[in-house]
Ligand binder design. Structure first.
Ligand code: COA
Length: 286
């Protein structure tokens, strides 16, 4: 789909880069010539993904940090500097991918449960964006930020049963659009991707926790399938590349039409059998 040197010379920090969609993006960016710096909490997947990237012949390093802690984010950038031998590792692109979410009735949540999601998704994303943004501005170098949000943030409709995530992801989108303007004079672009259902261990174990629910979600989907990680990774590669140099403050939905189906008042007619349509049309013709 792309020229294989699309991201040549680029250095990309991905939060949550050891697993799931973060890992898929990291491997794809590496194929397109980028060096990767992976940040996450668990060492094993970070190390594994970094090794897999190196096996493709690309540069990769990792640092274990909890992005809820701003000091830990700063330590990660110091580690990038040590690993890649350039100020803040020469990182020119940030992908805010790390997230937390679970399905729960809101009245059952503890304040700490709410905090825990908001701190990962909103505060963590802000911490990384701030830490790199201020360095890019000081160094007078361009930068790109891509944040992974959700369709309920993109559609501005929220969602029951994932209230902490809905609040936090809306905040991330507000940050993306606000900074797209504020930092445009510094040549820093910020965009977002709003994915629908992509079957990753982290998300599906928490959000679609049984085979029955998974089947229900697939059947409810207009295309009757989930997203493929490479579909998201290719979109992300385009958005962080120079080919998307005039795309700024945008949020691209990639969900196979899932949220639109829930939005239209009569979209549930998708389940109506052909025979019912025939009967309705026959009545009209009389
Ligand atoms: N329902 C309700 N409350 C829950 C919960 C659930 N499924 N899972 C955790 N909580 C509550 C805990 O009870 C705790 O609150 P308390 O201290 O008042 O009891 C609070 O949330 C924090 O839980 P803890 O396990 O200590 O948090 P953590 O910071 O270690 O983990 C999570 C954060 C909960 C988001 C964890 O699921 C995680 O690390 N997820 C990361 C990956 C992920 O979610 N990926 C999917 C992205 S779509």
């Amino acid at each position: 789909m792309f020229q294989t040197d699309l991201l040549e010379g680029r250095t990309i920090l991905i939060t949550g880069g050891g697993t799931g969609l973060g890992r898929a993006m990291a491997l794809r960016f590496a194929e397109l010539g980028a060096g990767l710096f992976l940040v996450g909490r668990r060492e094993d997947p970070l190390e594994q993904t970094a090794n897999d990237i190196r096996a493709k012949g690309a540069r990769a390093a990792w640092f274990s940090a909890d992005i809820r802690d701003f000091a830990a984010v700063e330590q990660a950038l110091a580690a990038a500097e040590r690993e890649f031998g350039r100020p803040f590792g020469g990182i020119d692109t940030l992908v805010n991918n790390a997230a937390g979410n679970f399905i729960a009735r809101t009245e059952k949540l503890s304040p700490n449960a709410f905090n825990s999601i908001v701190e990962i998704v909103l505060h963590g994303t802000f911490h990384c964006t701030l830490a790199l943004g201020r360095r890019w501005i000081e160094a007078k170098q361009p930068g790109t930020v891509l944040s992974i949000v959700t369709t309920y943030a993109a559609a501005n409709c929220g969602s029951g049963f994932v209230v902490p995530s809905a609040c936090a992801k809306s905040g991330v989108l507000a940050m993306t659009r606000s900074l797209a303007i504020e930092w445009a004079p510094h040549q820093i672009r910020l965009n977002a991707i709003a994915p629908g259902p992509f079957p990753t261990e982290g998300a599906f174990s928490r959000l679609v926790p049984s085979k029955e629910l998974e089947e229900r979600a697939r059947n409810h989907h207009p295309m009757k399938r989930f997203g493929r990680p490479e579909e998201l990774a290719n979109l992300a590669a385009y958005l962080v590349s120079e080919q998307a140099g005039y795309v700024n403050g945008e949020c691209v939905v990639i969900d196979g039409g899932e949220w639109l189906r829930g939005a239209g008042e009569f979209n549930h007619f998708l389940d109506l059998p052909g025979s019912a349509w025939d009967a309705m049309e026959a009545t009209r013709q009389k």
